[in-house]
Design a protein around this ligand. Structure first.
Ligand SMILES: [Zn+2]
Length: 238
């Protein structure tokens, strides 16, 4: 899921827990890529918490935030109500065809890439109805503790803390320059992700179509998904 969705779910499950927690709820996706794989950034939250308890106890909220991210992604990507992950339940041939055509992704990988669009559908619905989540994310990204967060994070998960700082700064700028409560703003975000990951500039019209189509598909069930994620987060972090 995307950052607004993660922050919304955690707000509902646990109340607002502050900037360190908020950073944890979306840092795994931003930290994935150049320096660390998705598998690395989406694991070991408990070990990271234990590490912080020893080295920097005032930062443990960061690890708890990461833990909620992993719990929510598990429902979105892997298993939801006895089936595959929620986002994958909305991926079909039509969506994959559009991803191949519009994003320049080859077919074997396009199915996985396509699951981002049901996630964008939810992100659009959440961000446009709860504008406060984006302000909350922006606040976390401009926190005076950001440098230290990057140092602790990279000391445990690997990579260079200055590079991670820059990656977070880039994301903060994207947030300032694009209105992520709109389809246009979210499509721009996808264009940047698509280019960073696959070195292809996607077709803007098709990306907007992918987001709008996906939004219609998730419309009648996304609230159930959000509630399941809220319940799961509550269970995991009391
Ligand atoms: Zn993730």
């Amino acid at each position: 899921m995307f950052p607004g969705t993660h922050v919304y779910i955690v707000n509902k499950a646990l109340g607002k827990r502050g900037v360190l927690f908020d950073l944890g709820t979306f840092i795994p996706d931003i930290a994935s890529g150049t320096s660390r794989t998705f598998k690395v950034t989406h694991s070991k939250a408990d070990e990271f918490r234990a590490y912080l308890e020893k080295k920097a106890p005032t930062f443990v909220d960061l690890a708890d935030g990461i833990k909620t991210h992993i719990v929510v992604d598990e429902l979105g990507d892997e298993h939801y109500r006895g089936g595959k992950g929620y986002a994958f339940q909305y991926v079909d041939k039509d969506l994959i065809d559009l991803v191949v055509k519009g994003c320049g992704i080859k077919r074997p990988e396009a199915r996985k890439v396509a699951h981002n669009f049901p996630e964008f559908g939810i992100e659009y619905l959440v961000n446009s109805q709860h504008q406060g989540v984006l302000t909350q994310i922006k606040k976390a990204l401009t926190s005076s503790q950001l440098q230290e967060v990057c140092e602790h994070y990279t000391a445990f998960y690997g990579g260079n803390s200055n590079v991670l700082y820059l990656e977070l700064e880039v994301f903060s700028n994207i947030l300032t320059e694009n209105n992520l409560t709109t389809v246009k703003g979210l499509a721009n975000l996808w264009k940047l992700i698509n280019f960073a990951r696959y070195k292809v500039i996607p077709d803007g019209d098709i990306v907007r179509q992918l987001i709008l189509t996906s939004k219609s598909r998730v419309m009648s069930t996304y609230n159930d998904f959000l509630q399941s994620a809220i319940d799961e987060v509550k269970k995991t972090l009391k």
